[in-house]
Design a protein around this ligand. Structure first.
Ligand code: NFE
Length: 477
């Protein structure tokens, strides 16, 4: 048996993630486990609610990608109504979603990943940290850290911009079945544009140049962290009323592209803390019944699979499917694809803004008595799906598969490791007391285990029982 390395929690990501790997005598990773240390109880909270409430409740899953949850939920509701929003409402939703993407991608590069490559000032919040394999000199590091600070201001501006059309962010208010409730006028359009131009300049100049600096200095990371090699995307940013999207949907496997058939998605739970009958199910008939401590289980994440195979999701999958970035699959390819995607989206947002008409983009709808709906979209981190059915105007079931479930899942019923686990296997760690290579691989996926709810006792042990029985007010954080 090799040496075990555990990072718990992995920092600079959203939520609580534990990574455990085993290395051989050459410090090469030969086995990996990823554990999402949270319980996502939203599916249970939603049962019995008005289907429209899902648009607001599911946004509380996460403060990073709330717009994507609102889009997935509104699409599921509109699907059950058989309603398609107007072209103007689509553009407006694209601009709100785009603002959230820009903010998240800038966060991922500068605030969550940069310190894996650049030594920060030796002061809080940059310390404590590893001190391994930093390849930039002091002047180069200072310039990169300067843009780290600038990026904080740009993210704030991306939020302020998004709130112009969404009411507020995180947790937007204007996305509703029937369109977008924010009325447009020349003042709010030109305010949005001023922000967008400044953010575009930052992306085109600082972000692109800093990304290329990192990619050149750490070009060995184009050969590290490949993982399963399969890519999947639902497509995102509606560009017409015929269902076409800026980023196309599809799958990439063994060098070939094909269309996606969502009936081939299933979630498995053999190694997840859920009852056995919560697994081996399509999300249409999914079930999420916690069973903490289950034998052989080690994560709160289920294992979504497509055609019983492991797929990676995210900006790299989207850029691959559009054939706009096909260099490879690795740590650095994920960063490059995310940066180039940001550049593409911000340019497209200028066009959408210029195509908007003023006035209302909303049609009031009546909720049907019963229905079923599916909402597929792409969150910044990858494919996001919501599946709902309701009767008596109340939800009977609601199932969500988030991007991080695809990327960070544990082993499935067939013993196949999740995409991140596979990406960790094979890397050689130079200094096992500072396993920076593992952090670089994890961060390249931009995981968010916070797309879950989080219940602990005062000793900070996970206690799923609190969720399903009577919550102990003192015990719930
Ligand atoms: Ni909490 Fe999210 C995105 C979603 S990741 S950030 O992007 O859905 O699982």
């Amino acid at each position: 048996m090799g040496t075990k390395i555990k990072i718990d929690p992995v920092t600079r990501l959203e939520g609580h993630l534990k990574i455990e790997v085993e290395v051989d005598s050459n410090n090469k990773v030969i086995n990996a486990h990823s554990t999402g240390n949270m319980f996502r109880g939203f599916e249970k909270i939603l049962v019995g609610k008005d289907p429209r409430d899902a648009i607001h409740i599911t946004q509380r899953i996460c403060g990073l990608c709330p717009v994507s949850h609102s889009i997935a939920a509104v699409k599921a509701v509109e699907d059950s109504f058989g309603f398609k929003p107007s072209f103007n409402a689509m553009l407006l939703r694209n601009l709100i979603l785009g603002g959230n993407y820009l903010s998240d991608h800038i966060l991922q590069f500068y605030h969550l990943s940069l310190l894996d490559y650049v030594k920060g000032p030796q002061a809080s919040p940059w310390t404590p940290g590893y001190d391994a394999d930093y390849r930039f000199n002091e002047t180069e590091s200072a310039a990169l850290i300067n843009n780290y600070i600038k990026a904080l201001h740009i993210r704030r501006k991306a939020h302020e911009m998004t709130a112009i059309f969404s009411g507020k962010i995180p947790h937007v208010m204007s996305i509703a079945p029937g369109g977008v409730t924010q009325r447009l006028n020349s003042t709010n359009i030109s305010k949005f544009k001023n922000y967008l131009v400044e953010i575009k300049n930052f992306i085109d100049n600082e972000y692109m140049s800093d990304l290329n600096l990192i990619a050149n200095k750490y070009s060995d990371y184009y050969n590290i962290g490949k993982g399963c090699g399969n890519l999947l995307t639902y497509g995102v940013f509606d560009i017409d009323t015929n269902g076409n999207t800026l980023f196309k949907s599809g799958i990439y496997k063994n060098g070939s592209y094909s269309s996606i058939d969502i009936s081939k998605i299933k979630e498995y739970v053999k190694h997840s803390w859920y009852s056995d009958d919560s697994g081996n199910k399509h999300p249409n008939s999914g079930k999420t019944e916690p069973n903490y401590g289950k034998n052989g289980a080690y994560s709160w994440l289920k294992s979504p699979r497509y055609n019983n195979e492991v797929y990676e999701v995210g900006p790299l999958a989207r850029m691959f499917m559009n054939k706009e970035y096909t260099r490879g699959i690795s740590v650095m390819d994920r960063h490059m694809a995310r940066g180039l995607e940001s550049k593409k989206i911000v340019a497209e947002m200028i066009n959408w803004l210029n195509s908007l008409s003023t006035g209302s983009s909303y049609t009031q709808l009546n909720v049907p008595y019963s229905g079923t709906g599916v909402g597929l979209t792409e969150a910044p981190r990858g494919a996001l799906g919501h599946w709902m059915n309701f009767s008596n105007k109340k939800l009977n079931s609601y199932q969500i598969i988030t991007p991080t479930c695809w990327n960070v899942s544990p082993r499935d019923d067939f013993g196949q490791m999740g995409a991140l686990e596979q990406a960790l296997v094979g890397v050689t760690i130079k200094d096992i007391s500072q396993p920076i290579e593992l952090l670089r691989i994890v961060h390249s996926f931009d995981p968010c285990t916070g797309c879950s709810i989080h219940i602990m006792d005062p000793e900070r042990n996970v206690k799923a029982k609190f969720v399903v029985s009577t919550p102990n007010p003192k015990g719930v954080i």
